[in-house]
Design a protein around this ligand. Structure first.
Ligand code: ITT
Length: 199
């Protein structure tokens, strides 16, 4: 008889995040299910704290084994802005607003960071992070992905933005893929005493 894949619920309202994460989980033979859940955002500068709080709440409310993620886009010349406020800034200033702030700026370094927290009901959350470095494009390019993808050029690539890549290619290098891969390795190995990793 075929062994059932372990199942984990991803509490997110962002379908783009879910599709990317599900592809990573699938490569580890973990079944990731979409739990359409409005995560309770606490005011914090720390993605790990926000993701852990969200996972704890979602596990409590749904009584399921849950992962939640908090991610942000950090621009060096803007002292890390929008960072943890990325979701709000995307809806208000938008990509054009960020490009305007960066119009005459030479240093265009930026990075994405993701924190993925796993929580079982009545347990403490465990968190995993991932980063991808790159820079802010001069103009929007590409139609794939979501959020800041059209203005982010990852380092070490061929100058395309994330929005000019498909999910599998973005996943080779993305903050989310790294954080989820760390979670998956831990999840599969936890019965052998493997602990959490971050970077
Ligand atoms: P959930 O909280 O429901 O998971 P969200 O979209 O609100 O979904 P966040 O609070 O983590 O997610 O907000 C992060 C924002 O940062 C997100 O809305 C995007 O605008 C941006 N972002 C995060 N990861 C991204 C990625 O891989 N590509 C482009 N933009 C990204």
């Amino acid at each position: 008889m075929k062994e059932a894949k372990p199942r984990v619920y991803f509490a997110t309202k962002n379908r783009g995040k879910f599709l990317e994460a599900a592809r990573v989980a699938d490569s580890f033979k973990i079944s990731l299910k979409h739990l359409k859940f409005e995560k309770q955002e606490i005011q914090a500068w720390n993605l790990t704290e926000i993701a852990s709080h969200a996972a704890f709440q979602a596990a409590k409310v749904t009584n399921k084994n849950v992962v939640a993620e908090d991610a942000g886009f950090f621009v060096r010349a803007l002292n890390g802005f929008p960072g943890p406020y990325s979701s709000y800034v995307f809806k208000t200033l938008g990509l054009e607003g960020i490009l305007r702030l960066m119009r005459n700026v030479g240093n265009r370094e930026a990075y994405f960071q993701a924190a993925v927290a796993y929580c079982k009901p009545s347990h403490r959350p465990v968190c995993f992070t991932g980063i991808v470095k790159g820079r802010v494009a001069r103009h929007k390019r590409g139609t794939q992905g979501f959020g800041y993808d059209p203005i982010f050029i990852p380092s070490g690539g061929d100058e395309r933005t994330f929005a000019e890549m498909g999910t599998d290619e973005k996943n080779l290098n993305s903050h989310r893929a790294k954080a989820f891969a760390r979670f998956c390795r831990w999840f599969l190995g936890r019965s052998h005493g493997v602990s959490s990793e971050t970077s």
